[in-house]
Each structure stands twice: as C-alpha cells, then as structure tokens.
Design a protein around this ligand. Structure first.
Ligand code: SAH
Length: 268
C-alpha cells in the first residue's frame, strides 16, 4: 500500500531516536488509522503491540522493525504492565524509535497514561498519537449513533473490567437515565452483573442493547436485544471479547434491514 501524506498544516514534532510513541491503531480496519499514526508506524524501529492491533496494520510496519508482542495468548496471561513499561524504557535507552502500538485510542482504557508517566519519569520523551476509539468506530459501522436528538443527549464510556477482588463497583445510579447511551468496554465477562445492577438501579429492562464483536474487522458481528436479554445472547452465540456493549434507545435508530455492511446504510 502506498500513501502520500499531505504537508502537515502545523509543525509536528519529529520521531527521534530514543523516544517512545504511544500510537492508537483504531479498532482494526486499517482505513481508520490516522495519517499521523501512519507516519509514526512507518518510522518504527521496535514495536511493542498487543492483541487488539490488526494484522493489516502490523503489515504496514517497516520490514526490519523488531516486533514484541505483549498481548495475552490463549490461556496464558498477558505481560504484566510493569514489564511493558520497562520494555519501552529499555528500548528507548538503546536509542531506538520505540512504537507502542495500541488498539483504539491509547488514552481510552488503554493504560497509555501510565506508560507515558513511566517514560517521562525515566527522562524519555513520549509522543501521544490519538486513535479512533472502539465506541465511536464500532457503533458507526453497525449504524448506531451514540447520540441522537430527542433520544440520547449524553453518552458514557465505562469499563466492565472487574477489580482484583472480583468485584465490579460502578456508580450504577448514574447510568439509568433513559436518554443516556452507555457503552461498556471489557464488559462481556461481567455482563450478568452489569445487566442485573443496571436494572436494579432503575434502568428499564426492555432498553434496547447491542453487542458488537470485533467491530470494523472482517469478523465483525452485531447482536441486538434488550438489556434484560443480553446474557441470553452471550450464551446463545458464545460471544467472546473483544466485544463492546451498547445500551440505550439509540440501538434501534436504524432498522437492521438498512445495514448492508460496515457503516453502509442502504435505503432499501
Ligand atoms: N484503547 C481501546 C480500548 C481497550 S480496552 C479503545 O480505545 O478502543 C479493550 C476493550 O475495548 C475490549 O474488551 C472491547 O470491549 C473494546 N474493543 C476494542 N476494540 C474492539 C473492537 N474492534 N470491537 C469490539 N470491541 C472492541
């Protein structure tokens, strides 16, 4: 693939040796990569990447770029965050251009803030390159507007990741407004708790809800139902991560028959 990047309208910092770039790769479709992300990817000497970065995007890396995978392999644990932080610093200290390539946006549930803090603490400069976050791209690709006049006036992104003690302690009462879209990242495993707690706090059980598996990727699949019926959908279809959970009336904005594929809305 060749891509000519137009002259940047504002002066950008060059990617220098001995620096780290935290780059958001978006949710999978390489067309959702920003030109800025592309510029950094093309210069990388070492890449440290995780599970959510798609193969098509990895294919854009320079051939001689060293690749270090830090995601979770099946049944194994992911590389601990402290080790990832250290890898970034160690490679930068070897005077390399270190690309930390992350799914979506590095600052949205991506621990990018922690990695940047660690690099700075070790006197290493850090570039932050935003990416398209899953909530935005995956919903567009299945025809769900996150906000819609009269239907949803606010939208909350929230994590469904349980804490170390196995609990999911969230401000449930702030997620019950009918005109609020709620998007759970990492919510698939804790879905039974999520739907139970939301309904208990007052969200209507028949609120439309959707699960988007591997949004924007070739394997993308959307499952639609209601808040009360989400668990059944997961069991029925054996839905695994990465899946985004969308709760709110916006889910039914467009009829499924209009959605041909990947954001293409057909009038028929
Ligand atoms: N930094 C990322 C989020 C990382 S947390 C971002 O900004 O998008 C990981 C969670 O994000 C997954 O468990 C899933 O809930 C969601 N996610 C990321 N990519 C996704 C995709 N392509 N399709 C569906 N969900 C996705």
């Amino acid at each position: 693939m060749t891509l000519t990047i137009p002259d940047a309208p504002i002066k950008k910092q060059p990617f220098s040796c001995g620096e780290v770039a935290l780059v958001g790769a978006g949710p999978g479709d390489p067309e959702l990569l920003t030109l800025q992300a592309f510029r950094f990817i093309k210069q990388a000497e070492v890449v440290i990447y995780d599970r959510l970065v798609s193969a098509e995007i990895l294919a854009l890396l320079p051939e001689n770029c060293e690749r270090i995978y830090v995601g979770k392999k099946q049944a194994e644990h992911r590389v601990p965050q402290d080790d990832i932080n250290q890898l970034l610093v160690d490679h930068a200290k070897q005077n390399k251009k270190v690309l930390r390539l992350k799914g979506g946006d590095p600052f949205v549930f991506g621990r990018g803030g922690e990695e940047a803090q660690f690099a700075l603490k070790h006197d290493i400069a850090c570039h932050i390159v935003p990416g398209m976050t899953a909530a935005s791209a995956c919903t567009s690709y299945v025809g769900i507007p996150l906000t819609h006049r009269q239907v949803a006036q606010s939208c909350t992104f929230i994590t469904g990741n349980v804490q170390n003690n196995g609990e999911l302690s969230l401000p449930w009462h702030t997620l019950t407004d009918n005109k609020q879209t709620v998007v759970f990242y990492m919510g698939i495993k804790s879905l039974p708790i999520i739907s139970e707690q939301l309904i208990k706090a007052g969200r209507i059980a028949s609120t439309p809800a959707a699960l988007i598996y591997k949004g924007t990727n070739p394997e993308q699949h959307v499952y639609r139902g209601t808040l009360a019926g989400l668990n059944h959908l997961v069991e029925l279809h054996n839905i695994k991560p990465p899946t985004l959970v969308i709760i709110g009336d916006v889910v039914n904005t467009f009829d499924e028959k209009h959605l041909i594929n990947l954001g293409y809305l057909s009038p028929k």
